[in-house]
Write a protein that binds this ligand. Sequence first.
Ligand code: 13P
Length: 249
Amino acid sequence: MQRRKLVVGNWKMHGVAADLAEALAIAEAASAFEQVDVGLCLPATLIERAARALPRLHIGSQDLHHADKGAHTGCVCAAMLLDAGASMAIVGHSERRQAQSENDEEVRAKAEAGLGAALAVILCVGESLDVREAGEAVATVQRQLDASLPRDNSVGKLSIAYEPIWAIGSGRTATCEDIGEMHVALRQRLVAAFGDAGEGVRILYGGSVKAANAAEIFSVDDVDGALVGGASLKAADFVPIIEAAARAG
Ligand code: 13P
């Protein structure tokens, strides 16, 4: 099945108002590639300004709380993100699973909250180096996906990002064979969970994606886009990745 490519930048804890010039340059360049969906998941402090300034780009957050509202100091819920102009949210990034001890159940609740509010949700999964070296990557990540998927049987605007932890920010990428094997394995789980609708869910790859390796990664079957960290901060680095996605079709 042909799925539109989705290329999303995750700025992590980078960016102040002065950096919106880069986001603007990304938005302007992205408008030349209408066949690709492009998003930027920004620090919460920039979402409203970016959404206002860049109405044609999908602006998202890097997390959300699963509750509608309440006594959750420091947290942001789906309604607040929508109110600020966000249209997407990342959930379950490995940096949050590790540093904030988020487990699969919590990630699932966040995914359900985001999809329930009609946000596009990018649900992240990925294995550690130990798990990869023990030959348990596929089984582990399949289990992680099963436990993190929304339970209400509706995929809504769900995408999955496979991000091997050891490839994030390390300059190391998984081989095309490993990426292909994992994406096919994840597709099987999506179809098992959602039937035919599971075929429509985009599976992104993330982990040291850059201009030099994007075309090769996008040529792998079942790679429907990328979640990009470091190389999304500057238009000069990010736009060639969008262009590679457009060429891959
Ligand atoms: P890098 O592209 O910097 O490796 O980060 C990947 C990532 O974690 C995106 O969410």
